[in-house]
Design a protein around this ligand. Structure first.
Ligand code: NDP
Length: 314
């Protein structure tokens, strides 16, 4: 009854070794194996703990009772067409990861709210030039996706004093954060939002949502922060919106192709800031216990926690 740690990424070994060590320390009686070298007898594997699993691997494990994402997103699993039917898929929901994510988002909003890029340019020119800026209470921020991370980010921004609204599939009740929902609420939400933070899962409904028609609903000179998935952005539309001054900035942590290829125009665009998909990284120390618990629940035929709705895509 083993846990298999697997990814198609080649540079993930040090992180996986850290995971294996932490899982071993957490529960010594559970056998944890690293793919591919330690896979052993596949009949032993009942939980696959994965990040972007190699194609065909999950379908090849005959005794699989649980597929567990190593992160909060699951698009890297659901993209596989040959997923075994009836095996539950769980995701991590960890306050440590939520905090890392909302910290990144708050930092990014403050960066642009207080004109940090322009002051960098002025300093390079030794230019002493104060820039007027609005009070936080009149800066309108829109959070796309009011789930675990979106709601936490909204509350933190609200506590600083920003005018925050959220958009989700279903209506939400976050204190003092107006809730827009579904397709009907989308235009009003975008019209409200000078700065957008995208925290949606990547699904067929949200793929390419950050596109020209969406940008055109926003006030002129707005900006986007995308920490969700690269597939949310239509890249040519983003560059066109920045070049035409429809948008004034984009802060991007995630990309359609990762690592972002060296020749990609995002690298050198003066209005784009890039981080290498590390707004939030799952910490084995804080997340290992929930994986062990889910592994045991699945073994006993019980429903693990934080199960994903395959049809909905998150
Ligand atoms: P949740 O599943 O908790 O929340 C998702 C939110 O998106 C919900 O509010 C949901 O609405 C809303 N939503 C989903 N589909 C739609 C739709 N079609 N229209 C409108 N709203 C929609 O997600 P998390 O907060 O846990 O995570 C969000 C994403 O952040 C992850 O999927 C992942 O891609 C990304 N992420 C990125 C990391 C990084 O390092 N860059 C690290 C961790 C996560 P409702 O509440 O009504 O269901």
């Amino acid at each position: 009854m083993s846990i298999l740690l697997a990814s198609s990424w080649t540079d993930i070994s040090p992180y996986f070794s850290q995971w294996k060590k932490t899982l071993d320390q957490e529960q010594r009686d559970i056998d944890v194996r690293l793919y591919p070298d330690e896979i052993g007898d596949i009949d032993d594997i009942t939980t696959a703990l994965v990040w972007d699993p190699p194609s065909g691997l999950l379908a090849s494990l005959p005794k699989l009772k649980l597929i567990h994402s190593l992160g909060m997103g699951v698009d890297h699993i659901l993209k596989h067409e040959d997923l075994p039917e009836g095996v539950p898929i769980a995701r991590i929901v960890d306050p440590d990861l939520v905090t890392r994510m909302s910290e990144y988002c708050v930092h990014s909003i403050l960066h642009y709210h207080r004109e940090a890029d322009r002051y960098d340019r002025y300093q390079a020119e030794r230019l002493w030039k104060p820039i007027p800026y609005p009070a936080a209470s009149s800066r309108r921020i829109g959070i796309m996706g009011m789930g675990k991370i979106g709601a936490d980010t909204a509350m933190k921004l609200k506590s600083i004093g920003f005018d925050v609204a959220g958009w989700s599939r279903s209506p939400k009740n976050v204190p003092s954060v107006p809730s827009f929902h579904d397709k009907d609420g989308f235009r009003h939400f975008m019209q409200h939002s000078e700065f957008i933070v995208c925290l949606l899962p990547l699904t067929p409904d949200t793929e390419g949502i950050l596109c020209a028609s969406t940008f055109n609903m926003m006030p002129d000179g707005g900006g986007i922060i995308n920490v969700a998935r690269g597939g949310h952005v239509v890249e040519e539309d983003l560059i066109a919106a920045l070049d035409s001054d429809k948008l004034s900035f984009a802060k991007l942590d995630v990309f359609r192709q990762e690592p972002l290829p060296k020749h990609h125009p995002f690298w050198t665009h003066p209005k784009i800031r890039i981080t290498p998909h590390n707004a939030g990284i799952t910490n084995p120390e804080t997340a290992a216990a929930q994986i062990i618990k889910n592994h045991r629940l699945a073994l006993r035929g019980l429903t693990p926690n934080n199960i994903v709705d395959r049809a909905r895509g998150y």
